[in-house]
Every structure is written in structure tokens, then in C-alpha cells.
Design a protein around this ligand. Structure first.
Ligand code: HAM
Length: 423
């Protein structure tokens, strides 16, 4: 049998990467909760109809990238490709607006998309997201954008450009679409095959094309931002004014047209300045004022974003700010079999006092135990031989300074737990 590997586009997250992943989740969760978001956990799969109604039939994700299957009762289910539609479904299922609005929720969740795997683009990725629902206020847009910005800053991902646009409402988009389609039809021969298809299925997505021919064809074509109705233009102006006032720099990108049908008005992306252009979006989001209604709920406008954990970890690596691998504070070495029980008492005392500590297992010589300490990156070792076991002590060696001293258990543990600068 060929050796078993994780499915294409997925990977095992091993230490220390798994620790970096969890540290990022903790950092983001803290920022989200400081901003009044509370955590929601929704199922990993939903009825397929939710994504068709919520994300939209014309979106690339729904047409080509979902993992959809029939369960044993012939229900069509889909692994969630994104987090917004499921959170809106949960709001509707649980009437969350009864307790007042805006409803502010955050999540950390795996997403599944059948994409062509490459660096920064995988089939199971993870997002840290927020959704704020029940207000049209532009202040909420600016605050949500600022919260995402603060997470990326705290995560030290290196240079980020905040790309900002407004996708207008159904009314201004309805008026704009025929103008745009007519302009594109005049240039259809210049368009890539993909964009010729988009022209029929989802014309606005042509704006998002990275193809140089498509980009050339778009030069001089009126943008959606030029066609915003009065209400959308005023809303967009307020968002920009607030961000400017708070010192959050942004770049207007009239071609930023995000890939799900639910987006209205404010749309934004956090683009890494270090990752490759095709996968440089560290996160993205926007307003979705009609989404809750489209899945059968009341009129509840909302805005949110999703940050891609894998991409943030890549950006941290590129910026040289990835956290150092975790190490062990204390490794306790029993010299003889008879010293194990005493050694283990020290391990447990150190753990109870808040230090990471482990026993060096196996009967081996001191040299081999020291190699083990090295492999684990231990800061201290405590050696327990005949003398220490009978005295109830430990010989504590500081592996950085090389100093060694026989101490009582409490004293040894206190030394290990002391802040590094006090060692
Ligand atoms: P999205 O732009 O599709 O938006 O995904 C958000 C982020 O997830 C992207 O910016 C990227 O960092 C990461 N991402 C997406 N696909 C992949 C992939 N295949 N591999 C690795 N990372 C990926 C949404 O999903 C919206 N639900 C965001 C949102 C929340 N809008 C409003 N509220």
C-alpha cells in the first residue's frame, strides 16, 4: 500500500507551526473580544441550499469549489466554504436579534474550497472572522475595518495595504451593470477566456481579474464607484472620513469587487506587501445588507471580515516575526530507577507552579539524558541521584549559564519559575 498522505490541498499542522497557529487565534480572539464581539461556533457543514441562496449561484466558489455530498438520508450537505452565510443562518435560526442589535460575533473556523492548491491557497483553510449585524451605520464599517487592522498590526505581519471600495446597493448596481456590460462587449476580443465567461455569468468579477489583457481592457471603463447613488456615496464618504480621522491609511481600489453575491456597499481587503500578488489577501470583507433577508430572516444589514490564518502565518515568516518554537522550562533526570518517584515529584511541583516540565524517560547515561534536554530545548535540568533522593533535593543546572547548585524542591522550582531576567 502506498504511504498514506493528507488529501491534496490539506496538511498536518505540526509543532511549532501548530503553536503559532494557536497563538494567532488567541491574539485575535482577545482583540475581537475587547471590541465587543462574542464567539460563535457553527456546524462544519450546512444544507447546500444555504450557500446557493447566501453566497449566490454565480459565484465561483458555489459553482466550482464546494465539497457537496448526500448523506445517508439523501440530504444535500456542503462543507462550509466561508463563514458569513452560516453565521447569518445561526442568527436567523436562533432569533438573535431579540436580544438587541448590533449582534457582534466572532469565529475561528476551517473552510473548505476545492481550489488548485499552491502556496497560500489550500483546500482546507482557516479563518478568524467577525460579523456585526443589525446596523447600517458607517461607524460600524470603520470600526470593523479597524479591528481587523489592529489584529494584523499586533500579529506583526509586515507591510499591509488596506484596499477599500464601495460596491453600492442593488439600485446603483442595477443602473451600473448595463453600462459596464456594454463597455465590455465593445472590448470582448481583448478579454481572456475566463473573463468572456464572466461577462455572461457574473460581469463585475472581470474587475477582479489578474490577467494583464483584462486589466488593459478595463482602462478608462467607468467604475461602480463613479455610479454610486446618493445614499451609497454618502455612506462611503463617511467610512473614508472616519478611517482618515483615526489614522488608518487606505488605498481606494475601484476595481475591488469581492467574490460573493451578498456584498453591498463597503468592500475591503488587507493586502500583504510581502506575499505574492495572487495570494496576498491576508483577509477581506464587506457589508452584506441583503443577506439575512435572502436566507429567510428579517432585514438586518451587516458587515464583517475573514482573516486567513495560513496566509498570516506565511506573512509572519516572511517578516521574520514568527514566534520562536516553544521550549521546555525544566527537564528532570533520574539517575537510577529508584530516583524516578522523587524526580516525578519535582516535575509535578514545577507544573503546579506554572512551569513546563517533564521527566527524562528511559534508563540511559547522563550524557544521553543531556542530549535529550538539548533536543527539547530545556532551559534547566534537575538531576536526581542517590544523594538528592535521600535528601529530598535536586541538583539544578542552568543550561544557559552552566551554573549548578543543589537546592530544596521548593527553591529549585522557584528558580525555574522566576522571570528569565531574574535567573
Ligand atoms: P474571502 O475573501 O473568500 O472572504 O476569504 C477571507 C480570507 O480567507 C482571504 O482573504 C484569505 O486570506 C483566506 N482564504 C480564502 N481562501 C483561501 C484558500 N483557498 N487558502 C488559504 N486562504 C484562503 C470570505 O470568506 C468572507 N466570508 C469574509 C467576510 C466575512 N465577509 C464578510 N464577513
Amino acid at each position: 500500500m502506498a504511504s498514506l498522505q493528507p488529501p491534496r490541498g490539506t496538511s498536518d499542522l505540526l509543532p511549532p507551526d501548530s503553536e503559532r497557529f494557536m497563538a494567532l487565534c488567541a491574539l485575535a480572539t482577545e482583540r475581537f473580544e475587547r471590541a465587543g464581539f462574542r464567539q460563535i461556533i457553527t456546524p462544519m457543514f450546512e444544507d447546500t441550499a444555504l450557500f446557493h441562496r447566501g453566497i449566490g449561484e454565480s459565484s465561483e466558489v458555489v459553482r466550482k469549489e464546494t465539497y457537496t455530498f448526500l448523506d445517508r438520508s439523501d440530504n444535500s450537505l456542503t462543507l462550509r466554504p466561508e463563514g458569513t452565510a452560516p453565521v447569518m443562518r445561526a442568527i436567523v435560526s436562533n432569533h438573535l436579534w431579540d436580544e438587541g442589535t448590533p449582534i457582534k460575533l466572532h469565529y475561528e473556523a476551517a473552510m473548505f474550497r476545492y481550489e488548485r492548491p499552491q502556496k497560500g491557497r489550500v483546500r482546507q483553510h482557516h479563518q478568524l472572522g467577525v460579523e456585526a449585524v443589525g446596523s447600517e451605520d458607517a461607524t460600524l464599517d470603520a470600526d470593523v475595518i479597524a479591528v481587523g487592522w489592529s489584529v494584523l498590526e499586533a500579529a506583526e505581519v509586515g507591510g499591509v495595504t488596506l484596499l477599500l471600495n464601495s460596491m453600492g446597493c442593488a439600485r446603483c448596481r442595477g443602473a451600473y451593470l448595463p453600462i459596464f456590460v456594454a463597455a465590455m462587449q465593445e472590448r470582448v476580443s481583448q478579454l481572456s477566456e475566463d473573463s468572456q465567461r464572466r461577462l455572461v455569468e457574473n460581469p463585475l468579477r472581470i474587475w477582479d481579474s489578474k490577467d494583464p489583457g483584462d486589466q488593459a481592457a478595463l482602462v478608462g471603463v467607468p467604475t461602480l464607484t463613479d455610479a454610486l447613488c446618493e445614499g451609497c456615496a454618502a455612506h462611503f464618504a463617511e467610512v473614508r472620513e472616519l478611517l482618515t480621522g483615526w489614522g488608518i491609511p487606505f488605498t481606494l481600489r475601484p476595481g475591488l469587487v469581492r467574490g460573493f453575491d451578498y456584498y453591498t456597499r463597503t468592500a475591503f481587503e488587507y493586502a500583504s506587501e510581502t506575499l505574492e500578488a495572487a495570494q496576498n489577501a491576508l483577509g477581506g470583507g464587506g457589508r452584506y445588507d441583503g443577506l439575512v433577508e435572502s436566507i429567510g430572516g428579517p432585514k438586518l444589514p451587516g458587515i464583517g471580515f475573514g482573516l486567513g490564518i495560513e496566509r498570516i502565518l506565511l506573512a509572519q515568516q516572511a517578516a521574520g516575526t514568527a514566534r520562536a518554537a516553544r521550549t521546555l522550562d525544566l527537564l528532570v533526570i533520574p539517575v537510577r530507577r529508584e530516583d524516578v518517584a522523587h524526580a516525578m515529584r519535582i516535575v509535578r511541583a514545577a507544573r503546579d507552579a506554572g512551569a513546563s516540565s517533564d521527566l527524562s524517560y528511559g534508563e540511559r547515561g547522563l550524557k544521553a539524558h543531556m542530549r535529550n534536554a538539548n533536543r527539547l530545548g530545556a532551559r534547566f535540568v534537575a538531576i536526581c541521584g542517590e544523594q538528592e533522593t535521600s535528601a529530598g533535593s535536586a541538583t539544578l543546572r542552568d543550561l544557559v549559564s552552566g551554573e549548578q547548585q543543589e537546592l530544596g524542591i521548593d527553591e529549585a522550582v522557584a528558580r525555574v519559575c522566576a522571570r528569565p531576567e531574574e535567573h
